[in-house]
Design a protein around this ligand. Structure first.
Ligand SMILES: [Zn+2]
Length: 474
């Protein structure tokens, strides 16, 4: 037996911080990186008598997410207290949703495969224990307490660590696209727990699963799952049994370690949150969020393939960034050759954008300028190579491509008279090569074209020069 005889079964729980400026139940700021405990108040510190007031925007952004993932958005959902004692949880419980979450039963497509979404619920984040700031004690920073989170729980439909990473990446891109999350895994805006089990191939019953907590990069997610699959297979093949538990991934040692035996729901003693009424959505709120949804990346890619005739690869590259895709749409509305446009986007625009902080908004790019530049190349006013040069200058300065070409004298010489004059001079000065060419040495054509181009300062239209040299040499 080997690892190939086993089928991994994986489900992900993704915690996504919503892009609100204030917390879920109070007015404190959610800004990252402030002095410890600068963004706290009696409500998020859970002081006696302080009452939570729901931030309306949290509901709106979660509804938008549910719609984007094709979920049923529930008219009524219930807030619950999830009770547990932990130093970074000031109230001793977390306000979350349990039996009746706001969204259920959606799906996300990853390269043709459908991953079902079980549920999306809203909850508050905990604070953060700091163990390395003081040698004698652990400290707690409550800035993050009460920060609004969405928990997006998938069904166990993922079958490999690659699929899991692909799912997380697709979900991250979608959340950023619809403006509900900043996609920043390093700052903890998106964190992921992975439920992993293995079963013998052909078996029908899932194996016992372990939960790996708090994975905060695509690479760690993949490595932690791979480690966990191998560990469980080895355990089973050695005659042992997987026990249901919560594990932590240690990136330094590349292994997962047992943290605690897995809690069952009853361990949390869930009960309805008495300080918050059941949440009832007006239909108008759902309609408004539906109207706010932009065309989603998957739909846009399909449209690029079906309507614009782009290759699937190009379509998926173009929709990786919403701002780039929207610029592409604006250009495609003004320019007929979508494939040529896509080539310029992938070759020039994305090359400039690579490793550039600030994204597309840091460049001085307009659809009008883009189309003007391509028009200059199409008309033969400048060569493709010169076009790339002009592109690089245009995106930095914002000076129009036409102005750049005029100011730097980059226009090609397409004046037939001037080219004929140059070619005549070259022929007159190279009688010997003319004789050889006429005797059958066709390779010398390149020599004449090169000499004429040189005489025109490198700016001659190469196609015209070619034609005229051929004509004159007969
Ligand atoms: Zn507060």
């Amino acid at each position: 037996m080997s690892i190939r005889d086993f089928q991994p079964v994986i489900g992900l729980e993704v915690h996504a911080q919503l892009t609100t400026r204030s917390k879920i139940f109070c007015g404190c700021s959610t800004a990252f990186g402030a002095e410890p405990n600068a963004h706290t108040c009696p409500v998020c510190m859970g002081l006696p008598g302080a009452l939570p007031v729901l931030n309306r925007q949290v509901v709106e952004l979660t509804v938008r997410t549910g719609l984007a993932l094709g979920c049923d958005v529930k008219q009524t959902s219930i807030w619950a207290r999830k009770n547990y004692f932990y130093p970074d949880l000031p109230k001793g419980y977390q306000i979350s949703q349990y039996e009746q979450p706001i969204c259920e039963h959606g799906k996300l497509e990853i390269e043709g495969k459908t991953i079902r979404i079980l549920r999306i619920h809203m909850e508050e984040d905990a604070g953060k224990s700091v163990h390395d700031a003081d040698a004698r004690a652990s400290l707690v920073d409550f800035n993050r307490a009460c920060t609004p989170l969405m928990e997006i729980v998938s069904e166990p439909d993922l079958r490999s660590s690659e699929e899991a990473a692909h799912y997380l990446k697709t979900l991250r891109d979608l959340l950023v696209w619809i403006g509900v999350n900043d996609g920043n895994l390093e700052e903890g805006s998106l964190r992921c727990d992975a439920n992993v089990s293995v079963m013998r191939r052909g078996a029908e019953k899932y194996g016992t699963r372990c939960e790996i907590k708090n994975l905060n990069s695509f690479r760690f997610l993949q490595k932690a799952i791979d480690y966990e699959i191998a560990r469980q297979v080895e355990l089973i093949e050695g005659g042992g049994q997987v026990s249901q538990e919560t594990r932590l991934y240690d990136p330094d040692l590349n292994e997962t370690r047992s943290l605690r035996s897995k809690e069952e729901a009853h361990d949390y003693r869930y009960f309805p949150e008495p300080d918050l009424l059941p949440l009832t959505l007006e239909p108008a709120l759902i309609d408004r969020e539906r109207a706010r949804l932009p065309e989603l990346p998957a739909a846009k890619a399909t449209r690029y393939i079906d309507e614009l005739g782009l290759p699937a690869y190009d379509a998926h590259v173009l929709v990786a960034d919403r701002a780039v895709a929207e610029l592409f749409d604006a250009c495609a509305a003004r320019y007929p050759d979508a494939k040529k446009l896509a080539n310029w986007f992938m070759g020039e625009l994305l090359r400039v954008l690579k490793d550039r902080a600030g994204g597309l908004s840091s460049l001085k790019v307009t659809p009008e300028g883009f189309v003007e530049l391509l028009g200059l190349v199409d008309a033969g006013t400048i060569s493709g190579g010169t076009g790339k040069q002009v592109f690089a200058e245009w995106v930095e300065s914002g000076e129009s491509p036409k102005e750049i070409v005029a100011r730097k004298g980059l226009a090609q010489v397409s004046d037939t008279g001037a080219i004929e004059k140059a070619v005549d001079a070259v022929i007159a000065a190279n009688a010997e090569n003319v004789a050889k060419y006429k005797a059958g040495n066709a390779k010398l054509l390149g020599f004449f074209v090169g000499q004429a181009m040189k005489a025109l300062g490198g700016k001659g239209n190469p196609q015209l020069i070619n034609e005229i040299v051929k004509k004159k040499l007969g």
